[in-house]
Design a protein. Structure first.
Length: 114
C-alpha cells in the first residue's frame, strides 16, 4: 500500500531553518501533485506549499520568500526548505500526494520557540 513518511521536524529558534522530507513508497511522486500542509493546535489543516506534476509551485502568502518546496523524482522524496522561521510557523506538517486519490503522511512536528 502507498505510504508517505515525513521527517525533519524539531525545535528551532525564531529565525532558524529546517528542511522537511517526505519519502514515498509504492507511489511515483513525479506523476502526482504534491503539497505540504500544516495544522496548528485547535486549527484546521491548511495548505502551505504545493508543486504540480509539471513542476509549478505555489505558496501561501505567509511563507512566500521563506519556504521552498521541491521534489526529487529519483529519490521519490518531497522537500520543504523552511528559512526565517517564526513562532507562528509552529504546527504539525503533513505531506500529501494527489491524483485520483489523496494520500497523506503521518506528520512531523515543527516548533519555533526561543
Amino acid at each position: 500500500q502507498v505510504q508517505l513518511v515525513e521527517s525533519g521536524g524539531g525545535l528551532v529558534q525564531p529565525g532558524g531553518s529546517l528542511r522537511l522530507s517526505c519519502i514515498g513508497s509504492r507511489i511515483m511522486f513525479s506523476i502526482y501533485d504534491m503539497g505540504w500542509y500544516h495544522q496548528a493546535p485547535g486549527k484546521q489543516r491548511e495548505l502551505v506549499a504545493s508543486i504540480t506534476s509539471g513542476g509549478s509551485t505555489n505558496y501561501v502568502d505567509s511563507v512566500k520568500g521563506r519556504f521552498t518546496i521541491s521534489r526529487d523524482g529519483t529519490k521519490n522524496t518531497l522537500y520543504l526548505q523552511m528559512n526565517s522561521l517564526k513562532p507562528e510557523d509552529t504546527a504539525v506538517y503533513f505531506c500529501k500526494a494527489s491524483k485520483l486519490y489523496d494520500y497523506w503522511g503521518q506528520g512531523t512536528q515543527v516548533t519555533v520557540s526561543s
